[in-house]
Design a protein around this ligand. Sequence first.
Ligand SMILES: *[C@@H]1O[C@H](CO)[C@@H](O)[C@H](O)[C@H]1NC(C)=O
Ligand SMILES: *[C@@H]1O[C@H](CO)[C@@H](O)[C@H](O)[C@H]1NC(C)=O
Ligand SMILES: [Zn+2]
Length: 373
Amino acid sequence: MNRAALRVSLLFPLLLLPSLGRAGSDQEHGGEETPHSPGKGHSHWSYEDLKHWSTDYLDCGGTKQSPINVDTAQAIFSPDLRPIQISGYSLPASEQLKLKNNGHTVVLELPDSLALTGGYAQQYRAAQLHLHWGSPSGPGSEHTINGHRFAAEIHVVHYNTKYDSFTEAMVHPDGLAVLGAFLEVGHGENQYYHEILKHLFEIQEVGQETSVPGFNIAGLLPANLKFYFHYNGSLTTPPCYQTVKWTIFNQTMLLSHHQMSVLVSTLRSPDDEILQNNYRPVQNLHGRRVLASFQATPPVKHTPGSGAPATAEGHSSSFHAGDVLAVLFGVLFAVTALAFLLYIYKHRSQNARLDSPTKSKVIYTAASTENTA
Ligand SMILES: *[C@@H]1O[C@H](CO)[C@@H](O)[C@H](O)[C@H]1NC(C)=O
Ligand SMILES: *[C@@H]1O[C@H](CO)[C@@H](O)[C@H](O)[C@H]1NC(C)=O
Ligand SMILES: [Zn+2]
């Protein structure tokens, strides 16, 4: 009996492992990527001059560049990607934030009391946020989803708390985490974006800055921080450091048509034109994996939900995980049962042979060897 008992006692603990898998797997996080270096508004690059970026800034020609197109059919569903958690994003109106036209975008500097506290394996502090947009005649998000470009995109830039500053963090592979979300035109006015857009006319010229009273910065991001794509990439502007772990949310933000017009037609660029189409084209994946925190490819028997497709996918994804576990448990039980039956069968045939007087000596030796092994 020793062997069978041993096998059973070894296999049953194994049955518990699949449920432990979720808790222990946060290794996926810890990547790279970042957008603009705050405070450096004097760089000479431009979006008309993309071809020369990699001459002046070597990393811009690298193999982990951003932005990318996210092909949702290729994204790898990773249940261990936990919801993004932010803290300290609700700022009192008494706290003044600097808003600046740096010639490439509008940048809102953020106090480092804002933090990323969940969804990533490490802790990050906020540095700044900024936007990318198109023109009155075309969209201008940086990332695309299945080839679709959205009207605009917000980037909230964070740096790893193990470094003393954004500038120090941005050169390290695990230095930066950027949250990205798409902006689309919808019905009502967005009150959170209004807090920024109403100040744009004060910073029309390159280098101008103004003060913005604190508000709930979280309102600039989607309400749902559970469903997102994740990949390792870079700053999307020179110096293009490949130090950014990107999160691209599946839920989009809505601005009124008028708000979107203000965004794409108020600021001026260094060549004294309207600052438009400040997005970099999508970059080659070079074999990089894109993870999804939700089941991005609908299962066959998926019920379409027009209002919140992401939520519907999320529910069906948990059923799928359940199916996989059920099969796994079934297989382990089958293996255990089979091992036990084999033991019984073997044991019985050995006993039968022991009954034979001519071979008893040899058989007895073999059996005792087996039992003490
Ligand atoms: C990102 O890079 C880190 C460090 O090399 C790696 O452990 C992680 O698996 C990568 N993430 C993805 C999604 O490829
Ligand atoms: C959200 O995910 C769904 C399902 O994969 C996809 O069809 C849709 O394009 C995604 N949208 C964004 C903004 O990621
Ligand atoms: Zn950016």
